[in-house]
Design a binder for this molecule. Sequence first.
Ligand SMILES: [Ca+2]
Ligand SMILES: [Ca+2]
Ligand SMILES: [Ca+2]
Ligand SMILES: [Ca+2]
Length: 410
Amino acid sequence: MRRSPPGWDLGDFLNRGTMVAARTENTKRRSKMKKRTIGTIEVAALLMMAVVPFASAITQDDIILYRGAGSWFGEQSGAAGFGDGTVVDASLTGFGLAGATAMVGDINGDGVDDVVVAQNNAGGYQWVAAHSTTDGSGNVVMSSATTSINNNFGTVDGNAGNRLADINGDGIKDIVTVNPDYTWHTMLSTTAGISTGAYQHKQFGLAGDHIISGDFNGDGMSDIGVWRAGTTYVNLSDVGVLGAGAVATGGIGDSSWEMTLVGDINGDGRDDLMLVDNNDSHVADGQLSWIAAYGSASGQLDFTSGGGNSGFGYFGLNTDVPMLADINGDGKDDLVVTRSNGAGGMEFYSAYTDVSGALQGAVGVDSSTTFGFDTDQVVFGQLNVIPEPAALGMILLGGGVLWVRKRLMI
Ligand SMILES: [Ca+2]
Ligand SMILES: [Ca+2]
Ligand SMILES: [Ca+2]
Ligand SMILES: [Ca+2]
């Protein structure tokens, strides 16, 4: 579904000069979506309802662009992939500063993806979320009518990355920032959005490591990790605490690979680590090379053991920006590249992963569109949802009246 983004982490790009893109985990796999249940059924004499507002996402990941001067744009994907749905154009303005890192994820647990920025505030990061709404017909409305904010979380100078990730597995994305010494910090969000106050922290990684975050063991809690020139180190989250679980070490690739992405390539509910090579070390025709180490029950990311690997794929030009997103909505993240069209516009191309998630040599384009400017930040999220009624109706059964109270089961 979703996403990891991945979000395109401009901070990594700027700080290290290498294109380390990673999902902001904005659109997690369906297997990790909130499960809903009719939790309590009670006989009641009165027509009363207790309802938790909720919307569930439609499956294809949608393009969301941040133009860097507070303006956001979106284009829904559909059954045919990119560009098949409604364009959500300029629906949010005046939200975010120039140079802000854009992220998308459900920050308040209502089932609707929100947009989030992390931006420089006197040397610390100011995090602000604009809480999206819906228009009643299933379209997400990006809006800053309701916001949540933390004015100082993370260090700008030398920052190793900012992410949205669900560290405690409650279905609400938490803010994560990695300081220059690779101390990871998270502030758990609530139904009110971004929080302030108490936070968790854990040092993990060395200067120069690629940071990776995702749910690598599939327990619903996002884990932290680093990739270092061919070696993977994952520190699992446990009991809702950053870095409280085991450390799993594995190996994939070597220092010739330039980029790391995180997504669920094979659709097993565990995030996988994708490596991308853009300088022809692994293919000699100007394409990008891709290979993923699959997440595993232990959280290990390893080429041969653990969850195995995808094999090699070749897709996109070596000047493209690679990303992962589930463009066809089958629960497996697909290969995505963005490319300037030479006239200031942005082209999107996607190659779908196959039923097993395996990458099989050179693959062609399954879906494409042109949208936005080639200077926009690209993230992926959900711009259409299945709306739920504002209140549930009565259920008449056997002449009796059932009061159905719906609650969320995460
Ligand atoms: Ca959370
Ligand atoms: Ca986990
Ligand atoms: Ca996987
Ligand atoms: Ca897919």
